[in-house]
Design a protein around this ligand. Structure first.
Ligand SMILES: [Zn+2]
Length: 383
């Protein structure tokens, strides 16, 4: 009786599910694989097994196109994948991955599984195994179920590389007891979020050649003029100001990139340029650096888009906060503290790390590009 009822209930539920699915009311859950530029390589339906995401092995062909040939030995539950000229041997339910050619054994934190008779790989296969057998970097965004493959960007010191001399200014907004910036319902403060991201960028940037200068390294008050002066004095090559947003509407959310364009939509009366001992500095304004600011803005946008559902907007405005800074300058709003979802993300250390990683990656791309077209930079830096 119980069994019968159970059976009829499950038939009933699956009928409803099938109806909803065929009528487009239930969206099958998928993982999207994207390339360096964010273009979709494949969209793969996944199976949830013990709270972990698994994808069918046969989808590898779709993800890597012709590079892969998975072979499944059903009786032995052994899976052989030929990937990038290397053979990987996996056993269902086992965490080890053998690479016979290299006499190497790699470890997966979750084993592959035969689910409904089909061999499946845990999603972490891509982040844990792939980078060690291929020249690829893999970024996984679990919030959006997105995986991005990128060529490895290992930085090899080159004595001729000018970016080794570069200093990038990261400006965590606000600070101190008086200027806390905006505040989330949870009590999270803008001044703390931006400092956390700034410090993380400083840590991550050590693997690259450039130096990071933070306009404040702790919870102290700094005036706009102090920030501007210290950045100009050290002759920074790029200025990135970090802030969080606030709105009366709790629904408003997401990141936003602002480029300082003195001729942008709004117009402020030109301020008297401060003198730093050299009168010639007075002739220079932010508009000298507009092209470079835009270039970095676009690179940053591409990196940050990986982290969000909707594309991040770029706006060009005359930004008083970035005026009088004699280098390309961008202001990045990391999210709305008045939006509960954004606020909880910004309170999460993993999210802060992801943000900083994406920003560092953008900085690296920008410095590499700029060192290739350094003529322009040189022209701008000459007195
Ligand atoms: Zn702010």
């Amino acid at each position: 009786m119980w069994l019968r009822r159970y059976r009829s209930i499950s038939v009933f539920i699956s009928t409803i599910f099938l109806f909803l699915l065929t009528h487009g009311m239930v969206q099958a859950a998928t993982v999207r694989f994207v390339d360096k530029e964010g273009n979709t390589l494949a969209e793969v339906e996944y199976t949830l097994y013990q709270q972990a995401i698994y994808i069918p092995v046969e989808e590898l062909n779709d993800i890597f196109k012709s590079d892969v040939s998975p072979l499944y030995d059903r009786p032995r539950k052994q899976l052989t994948i030929k990937l990038k000229e290397r053979e990987l041997v996996l056993l269902m339910g086992r965490n080890t991955v053998k690479v016979p050619a290299d006499n190497q054994t790699l470890t997966l934190s979750l084993p592959p599984r035969a689910i409904d008779g089909k061999p499946m790989l845990p999603i972490i296969f891509f982040t844990e195994i792939l980078p060690s057998i291929d020249d690829v970097e893999v970024l996984y965004n679990p919030n959006l179920q997105r995986i991005r493959f990128m060529p490895k960007t290992a930085w090899i010191p080159d004595p001729d590389d000018e970016t080794q001399e570069w200093t990038i200014v990261i400006d965590p907004g606000h600070g101190g007891q008086e200027d806390i910036g905006c505040k989330a319902q949870s009590g999270l403060l803008e001044k703390d979020v931006v400092l956390n991201v700034g410090r993380e960028i400083q840590k991550l940037s050590k693997q690259y050649g450039y130096k990071i200068h933070l306009t404040r390294e702790s919870d102290v008050e700094k005036t706009r003029i102090q920030r501007v002066q210290s950045s100009n004095r050290i002759r920074g090559n790029l200025f990135l100001s970090l802030h969080c947003n606030a709105s009366f509407s709790k629904k408003r959310n997401g990141m936003h990139i602002f480029i300082n364009n003195p001729n942008g939509m709004l117009r402020f009366r030109t301020l008297t340029m401060p003198s730093f001992g050299k009168n010639k500095l007075n002739l220079r304004t932010q508009s000298n650096f507009l092209t470079q600011s835009k270039e970095f803005g676009t690179i940053l946008q591409k990196e940050m888009n990986f982290m969000t559902e909707k594309p991040i907007p770029i706006s060009e405005l005359p930004l008083i906060a970035l005026d009088e800074i004699y280098m390309p300058a961008i202001l990045l709003e990391l999210g709305y503290l008045t939006n509960n979802n954004d606020a909880s993300l910004l309170a999460d250390h993993n999210h802060i790390k992801e943000l900083a990683t994406a920003i560092t990656r953008a900085l690296h791309t920008y410095t590499m590009k700029s060192s290739q077209s350094s003529d322009m930079t040189d022209a701008n830096q000459q007195e």
